[in-house]
Write a protein that binds this ligand. Structure first.
Ligand code: IPM
Ligand code: MG
Length: 361
C-alpha cells in the first residue's frame, strides 16, 4: 500500500512556477520507488494572488494549506507590486502563512558543498566544510509584536512603531527546537541576542540558559548579534547550530547563505507544533529579472522538497535519495548560470530538471 500525501503548491511569482515544475516532476518520479503518492493542489499566493483576487494570501489558499500534509512554496514578489501599501504586498503572503499556520520555527541550513566552494566570495580555507543551521524564531519578535503602526500625534508628527517582544513560552518553544536540532548535529548551539542592550534579549538569554539544563549533551554559548555577523564572515566553522529571534535570524541567515556562494542552492523549512503542516521553500527570492527565460536554478526548490519529505512526511530515505541525486548532478559538472564555473556545462532550468530526473530514477 502506498502512502498518499496531500501537498499544497504555491508557485507564486517570478521564477516560482518554473522551479516548482522541476520539484514536482522530481517528487512524482521518485514516488513509486518509495511507495508514496502525492495529491498536489496548486493555490495562489503573492503577486499572482494580488492580480487574481486583490489579496496576497486569499482565505482559500490558507484553508487549503491548513488541510494539507505540507506546503511547498516557491517565491513571491516583484517590482510590479512594490508600490502597493505594505498590507497588500506579496510579502504579506509569507507573513500570513507563518502567522496563520503558527510556523514559529524556521530552519535555514547553510552548507558549503565541495563542488561549489569556488562560488563563494570568501577564501576557500574559510568556507571549506562550513555546515551551519540557523534556527530562526518566525512568528514573534519585532515582526509580529504590538503596538505596531505609523501614528500621528497631536502636532501632526508621524511616528513609526514596531515592538520587539518575546514571552517565556515563545522563547522556550524555539529554544527546544534548536537544542533538539543541535543534538542531531554536532551538539553545539550558539544563541544570538543583543542582551547588552535589549531587555527582550536578556529574557531570551535567561530562558535559553534555563533550558540548557535539560540538554546536558549540547554545548551552549551566547553571542551578541553584531559580533555574530562579524564571526560568520571571519571564521564560520566555529558555528554548528545558531538560534536567534525573528529579525536577527532574517539578517544572519542571509549572511550565512552567502558563505555558500550560491543562494540558489539553499532550502528552508518553517515548522509549527506537531500536526500543523510546515512550509518548505527556497531561501532565494522570485528573481523577476530572469523569470520565464529558462535561466533559474531549480535546485533550492528541489532541496526544499527533500526537506519536506524529511521533516513533514518523515520519509527520510526519499529525502536522502533526492539530495544524493543533486550532488551527483553537480559532480557531473552540470551547472545553472548562478553557480557556473570554468570547465562546467551550463544548463537552463528545464535541462537541469531533466538531468535530475535522469539521476533519481
Ligand atoms: C525571509 C524574507 C522575509 C522575511 C520577507 C520577504 C517578509 O526576507 O524570508 O527571510 O523578512 O522574513
Ligand atoms: Mg530575509
Amino acid at each position: 500500500m502506498s502512502k498518499n500525501y496531500k501537498i499544497t503548491l504555491l508557485p507564486g511569482d517570478g521564477i516560482g512556477p518554473e522551479i516548482m515544475q522541476v520539484a514536482v516532476a522530481v517528487l512524482q518520479s521518485i514516488a513509486p520507488k518509495f511507495k508514496l503518492s502525492f495529491s498536489f493542489e496548486t493555490a495562489l499566493a503573492g503577486g499572482a494572488a494580488i492580480d487574481e483576487t486583490g489579496h496576497p494570501l486569499p482565505a482559500e489558499t490558507l484553508t487549503l494549506c491548513r488541510e494539507s500534509d505540507a506546503v511547498l512554496l516557491a517565491a513571491v514578489g516583484g517590482e510590479k507590486w512594490d508600490s502597493l501599501p505594505s498590507e497588500l504586498r506579496p510579502e504579506q503572503a509569507l507573513l500570513g502563512l507563518r502567522g496563520g499556520l503558527g510556523l514559529f520555527a524556521n530552519l535555514r541550513p547553510a552548507k558549503v558543498l565541495p563542488q561549489l566552494i569556488d562560488a563563494s566570495s570568501l577564501k576557500r580555507e574559510v568556507v571549506e566544510g562550513v555546515d551551519i543551521l540557523v534556527v530562526r524564531e518566525l512568528t514573534g519578535g519585532i515582526y509580529f509584536s504590538k503596538p505596531k503602526g505609523i501614528f500621528t500625534d497631536e502636532h501632526g508628527v508621524r511616528r513609526g512603531v514596531n515592538t520587539m517582544a518575546y514571552t517565556e513560552p515563545e522563547i522556550d518553544r524555539i529554544g527546544r527546537v534548536a537544542f533538539e536540532a543541535a543534538q542531531k548535529r554536532q551538539g553545539v548551539l550558539c544563541s544570538v541576542d543583543k542582551a547588552n542592550v535589549l531587555e527582550v534579549s536578556q529574557l531570551w538569554r535567561d530562558r535559553i540558559i534555563h533550558l540548557a539544563s535539560e540538554y546536558p549533551d549540547v554545548k551552549l554559548s551566547h553571542m551578541y548579534v553584531d559580533n555574530a555577523a562579524m564571526q560568520l564572515l571571519r571564521w564560520p566553522k566555529q558555528f554548528d547550530t545558531i538560534v536567534t529571534g525573528n529579525l536577527f535570524g532574517d539578517i544572519l541567515s542571509d549572511a550565512a547563505a552567502m558563505l555558500t556562494g550560491s543562494i540558489g542552492m539553499l532550502p528552508s523549512a518553517s515548522l509549527g507544533e506537531p500536526g500543523t503542516p510546515g512550509v518548505f521553500e527556497p531561501v532565494h527570492g522570485s528573481a523577476p529579472d530572469i523569470a520565464g527565460k529558462d535561466l533559474a536554478n531549480p535546485l533550492a526548490q528541489v532541496l526544499s522538497a527533500a526537506m519536506m519529505l524529511r521533516y513533514a512526511l518523515n520519509e527520510s530515505a526519499a529525502a536522502d535519495h533526492i539530495e544524493a541525486a543533486v550532488l551527483r548532478v553537480l559532480d557531473s559538472g552540470k551547472r545553472t548560470g548562478d553557480i557556473m564555473a570554468a570547465g562546467c556545462q551550463k544548463l537552463g532550468c528545464k535541462a537541469m530538471g531533466e538531468a535530475l530526473l535522469a539521476e533519481v530514477v
